[in-house]
Write a protein that binds this ligand. Sequence first.
Ligand SMILES: *Cc1c(COP(=O)(O)O)cnc(C)c1O
Length: 540
Amino acid sequence: MSLLAHPAEDPSTTRTTGATHHARVSAATGEDPAESPASEPADSRTYLLNNGTAERYRGAVTESVERVTAKIAATDRPFTGISVDGLTPAVAAIDLEAPLHDPAAALDELEDVYLRDAVYFHHPRYLAHLNCPVVIPALVGEAVLSAVNSSLDTWDQSAGGTLIERRLIDWTARRIGLGERADGIFTSGGSQSNLQAMLLARDEACRRELTREGARTAARRADVLPRLRILTSECSHFSIQKSATLLGMGPESVISVRCDENRRIRTTDLAAELARCHRDGLIPMAVVATAGTTDFGSIDPLPEIADLCARHDAWMHVDAAYGCGLLVSRRRELLTGIERADSVTVDYHKSFFQPVSSSAILVRDHATLRHVTYHADYLNPRRMAEKRIPNQVDKSIQTTRRFDALKLWLTLRTMGAKAVGELFDEVIDRAADAWKLLHDDPRFEVVVEPQLSTLVFRYVPSADRDPQLSDRVNLHAREALFASGDAIVAGTVVDGRHYLKFTLLNPETTLEDIATVLDLIAEHAGSYLAEQPEPALSAR
Ligand SMILES: *Cc1c(COP(=O)(O)O)cnc(C)c1O
């Protein structure tokens, strides 16, 4: 396939005075440039996408799609198992000062430094993190959005993209049930959504505190900040701590509340912590509930948390980065109570099968988004807001921003929300079956029965062996499996002990795949144990 334009259709080759010998030859003969020695530079401008180079663009992108197609069709394992040391020299050897001047050659090279050894999430034995296989309509969206390259910060850089994004925000808010005043914005991911939610909660708490005290005292923001507290479960995502730090709050500002045996926040403990804040003159600025913890997929009791937030005048944030897929699934009722949140994080790039990045923050009251509204004369002057020109930058902590919403738009317009929900339901069903498998298998022990699609478990060597050995066995099994490339599983720590984790997000992963991976883990564990000293000799 020719990467360059069909000569008759590519005015750039004739228009451009600096067209190289190489480009001329290709244009004249229609030969694949990859077959001719490609080293001389083409005119720089022929690389720019415009009306003169549209065919060249088609050729180059089609070629890349062909290669990825071949790759995806042929992957027989999620990973080659290459090590950091194995791959580093190939990448280091590339001379970035010596361009290839040939898209096909650049793709050939990419095979060696990336494509061959990439981790492929679409493979049914990729069971590690919250990475989903992606739906094709979203990939079509990705191709369109990067080529048109709208920036969603202002209407004058986006037009229809702005309206599409707003429709999807409204659609999501309606699915959540946030009410008529709801609004939100697409973000780069759950971490950014959580950060923005904490920023809004902080500034709302400051505003309320200052207006409350302002009448009597000369309270300043600087006096309020050290008294703010965020309450969240010990199983919540680390981006909450990170957000607090980024927002200038100390480590003491995040109160970690204990979970029950199903890894859901203990609401009695939460109530006690809220009361303690009150006693100590602290301000519970936000309670962060997790709808789908990263490790266990556990969903905090949202209605009880909503009651507590109402009683203590605390902002309720629901981190549904993982659990948001329930919004379109037949298990929607698992999210009951989410409609009472002040803000919600959703990661379409997790349970909506969207490519990275695609995420949003939703808020109950659009007015709270003013805490991120700043005006620049050159971009979004105040008069534009007065004229009701929709500048999305007024609601975002980013400025230049991708039109990620297009992927979800084409997904909903092509396959529909119900079909997305069915995919998520399928992996939840699979996790339930896999739990039974693990539960009945004496080689393993599993922590909780899943609400969503993760399983935290470990290989148990035998009852009379020491816990450190059990840790080492599981760490070894995970690493050995990764190095084999046969499957990829995650690891985590529960109550100080090392465990393994499956995150199921691929409906193509069968129970048989899972059984195979368990056998592989047991094999790696077994060979590790075989190399250990006798139990009687091992240190206790
Ligand atoms: C993944 C995850 C996040 C972070 O989202 P990113 O998109 O990775 O930034 C936040 N919260 C929870 C519960 C998550 O699972």
